[in-house]
Write a protein that binds this ligand. Structure first.
Ligand code: NDP
Length: 334
């Protein structure tokens, strides 16, 4: 046997239109593989969803029309997805009211479009792992990410210091100034974090003019690899590192000494899971969104630095979204 007849989809869309029969050439049998003649295979709902998939997990839209029994949204409301997977990169869609949450329309379009994921992640991580008091410190890497910028601002609003680690770049000073304007206490490049003098930040009275931070109770890791290990080294005894992203695609190595002598806690967070866990809680998500909107209205939480791109220029937006050191979130505007 050298050929196989297969149902293939090369683009997404209505399954009956995009799925086609194709003859595929079978690859050569390798030492650790087996040639299998398929006998039966079901078509599951998730298969249909995968074929129909529209990209995009967050965004804001305006309700144009509602069904006769809809109670939670009304025409004219601004709405965001209740959770991931709705497919927001499109000009219009029919969604179930259960999949939508209303947001106030007196915040900026960019704030609303980016409200549901990054600020919620920052909010939960600052709230659910350690009880932070004004004057406490949080350390984070990928500090210029969407999540990082929200962490800086929400922490600052609570009087919590942030030590913000970013990758070196030609315009580091500009980035540093921007993050400090948002409320960052310190902005430090990855290399500096490895130097012994970093400890001076934590020494009372060392800097006469600069702010002295206590050692961090909490660390947020969006990178992994060495960067995460460095965060752990600076934690307080008993402190927690929460991993929420792995941009460097490297595993997290926990030094034995951090566990034995500092008893650090190593945790993880996924906002999609948090939203699933609170799906039947009518209050949790709206209460958090309301608190975030209060910060937005007070000028304490701004949207991350963004570039608006027309939908027809999506190729450019996707390319830019994958480039390093861009420091600007690409936002499709329909
Ligand atoms: P952004 O696009 O806003 O920012 C990306 C960040 O990653 C930038 O700070 C960028 O820094 C940094 N970065 C990119 N490549 C590397 C690398 N190789 N090493 C170190 N840093 C790197 O992203 P988001 O804030 O939207 O998301 C950040 C991470 O958080 C992602 O991994 C995402 O999947 C995750 N995330 C997780 C959530 C959860 O619930 N667990 C929720 C939301 C996001 P630079 O400017 O130097 O390129």
């Amino acid at each position: 046997t050298t050929d196989s007849t297969a149902l293939v989809y090369r683009r997404h869309g209505e399954p009956s239109q995009v799925v086609q029969l194709e003859t595929l050439r079978l690859p050569a049998l390798e030492a650790k593989s087996a040639l299998v003649k398929m006998l039966a295979a079901p078509i599951n709902p998730s298969d249909i969803n995968m074929i129909q998939a529209v990209g995009g997990n967050e965004g804001v839209g305006q309700v144009l029309e509602v069904g006769s029994q809809v109670q939670t949204v009304k025409v004219g409301d601004w709405v965001i997805p209740r959770n991931a997977g709705l497919g927001t990169w499109r000009t219009a869609a029919v969604f179930s009211e259960d999949d939508l949450v209303t947001v106030p329309s007196d915040i900026s379009l960019l704030s609303a479009a980016t409200l549901g994921v990054n600020p919620c992640t920052a909010f939960r991580m600052l709230s659910d792992f350690e009880s932070l008091m004004p004057g406490d410190t949080v350390i984070q890497n990928a500090a210029n990410s969407g999540v990082g910028q929200a962490v800086i601002q929400i922490a600052a609003a609570r009087g919590v210091h942030t030590i913000n680690v970013v990758r070196d770049r030609p315009d580091l000073q500009q980035l540093t100034d921007r993050l400090k304007a948002m409320g960052a206490t310190y902005v430090i490049k990855e290399e500096t974090l490895r130097k012994p003098e970093i400890k001076d930040i934590f020494k009372a009275g060392f800097f006469t003019k600069k702010k002295v931070c206590p050692r961090p109770k909490l660390a947020f890791n969006g990178v992994g690899g060495k960067s995460a290990t460095e965060l752990l080294r600076h934690l307080q005894t008993g402190g927690t590192m929460v991993t929420y992203g792995g941009m460097a695609k490297q595993p997290v190595t926990v030094p034995v000494s951090a566990l034995i002598f500092k008893d650090v806690k190593v945790r993880g967070f996924w906002v999609t899971q948090w939203k699933r866990d609170h799906k039947h809680d009518d209050e949790a998500l709206p209460v958090m969104l309301e608190e975030l909107c209060t910060l937005i209205r007070a000028g304490k939480l701004s949207a991350p630095s963004c570039t608006e791109v027309g939908m027809k220029d999506f190729h450019k937006a996707l390319d830019n979204a994958m480039k390093p050191y861009i420091s600007s979130k690409q936002i499709l505007v329909m």
